[in-house]
Design a protein around this ligand. Structure first.
Ligand code: BYC
Length: 312
């Protein structure tokens, strides 16, 4: 029976038929999805924090309204993804607790501080831009609930990326001080954004299996290259520069070649030693504790509803 199940599963993967929650799946496939979707969900909700840091200081009411909408979207993305993870049989409380206990990761990029208003534009443009490159590929992930969540998320990420580019365009067309602020933000975020795609393929322990299962459709390096190729012309259009002396267009390859990423810094950040790791997790732990009364109220309400239904 188990051999038959395995064969059916492999045939579906081969034929690009999505795997659904009630379908049989190998435990390693299930666990790998919980790991990746869980990390993805955590990234969405931790990613709200660096942007929230500028809500009270947005330069105009319009910018504030846009930023507020974007941050709320990120909460929604977290919700879709936690729900997708729950379909695999893990409880939301359990995986969220693992984030708080530092047993599960979230994207390295959110451990960098947002020091100026330009950082907010650059996050929308570059961070959401990198996220889209990665997530468009995930819309075809083999696990149905994950792929479907991604379709909706990508639509919103596209708005985020565009609002970010519009915000940085305003700075690029502004005063010398605004231009310098934008260049400084690009200089600080460029390299950390490149690490959002994960380690080089040769150092990525999960890639080969995730690609065989068609959870990942492209490798970390392929997606990173696509992002660089998309983004360099955008930086040039803004009249800004990229902080990489080795960046060069390779006519033969049809791609930009770029310098070596500081992987030591990346591993330090994902080990918990980035500039903001402590601050981000403290904020999430405080949020969890402060929200206890809401959860208790919601649970009491749901218990009451159930008892009314049973009595009727
Ligand atoms: N940061 O074998 P690998 C957003 C970990 S949020 C931290 O290549 P995989 C937004 C990796 O987990 C967008 N950890 O792994 C939100 C693994 O550790 P474990 C977030 C990283 O899974 C708010 C180890 O390194 N997007 O857009 O095959 C505001 C080895 O890596 C990172 C997603 O989460 C990293 N950068 O590939 C604004 C996309 N990279 O689990 C914007 C979904 C690697 O063995 N995730 N690690 O302890 C993915 O596509 C894949 O999980 C990754 C990594 C490409 C990230």
């Amino acid at each position: 029976m188990s051999e038959q199940n395995q064969a059916n599963f492999e045939a579906k993967i081969e034929a690009d038929i999505s795997i659904e929650p009630k379908d049989w799946m190998p435990d390693a496939y299930r666990q790998n999805l919980i790991r990746q979707i869980g990390q993805h969900a955590h990234s969405e909700v931790v990613g709200m924090l660096p942007e929230a840091n500028w809500l009270t200081r947005a330069p105009t009411l319009r910018r504030k309204a846009i930023l507020l909408a974007k941050i709320q979207d990120e909460a929604g993305h977290g919700l879709y993804l936690y729900s997708a993870a729950e379909t695999l049989g893990c409880s939301r409380q359990d995986i969220y607790q693992k984030l708080l206990d530092e047993k599960m990761k979230y994207s390295s990029i959110f451990n960098y501080p947002t020091l100026s208003w330009a950082d907010i534009g650059v996050i929308g443009w570059l961070v959401d831009g990198a996220a889209i490159v990665n997530q468009v590929a995930l819309c075809r992930a083999s696990y149905g609930p994950y792929a479907r969540a991604m379709v909706k998320i990508c639509k919103e990420e596209s708005f985020h990326q565009r609002q970010g580019y519009e915000a940085v365009m305003a700075l690029a067309e502004g005063t010398d001080e605004q231009k310098a602020m934008l260049q400084d933000a690009i200089n600080r975020f460029w390299w950390p954004v490149l690490t959002m795609f994960g380690p080089n393929d040769s150092d990525s322990p999960h890639s080969a299996q995730s690609m065989a299962w068609k959870i990942k459709r492209f490798s970390n390096d392929e997606l990173r290259q696509k992002f660089v190729d998309n983004t360099v012309p955008q930086v040039e259009a803004l009249g800004m520069t990229i902080p990489d002396p080795d960046l060069v267009w390779d006519e033969e390859l049809g791609h930009y070649r770029f310098g070596e990423i500081d992987w030591e810094e990346f591993y330090q950040v994902i080990k918990g030693n980035g500039i903001c790791n402590h601050e981000r997790l403290s904020a999430k732990r405080k949020g969890w504790e402060d929200g206890a009364w809401v959860r208790e109220g919601a649970m009491a309400h749901s218990r009451k509803q159930k008892s009314v239904k049973t009595a009727a």
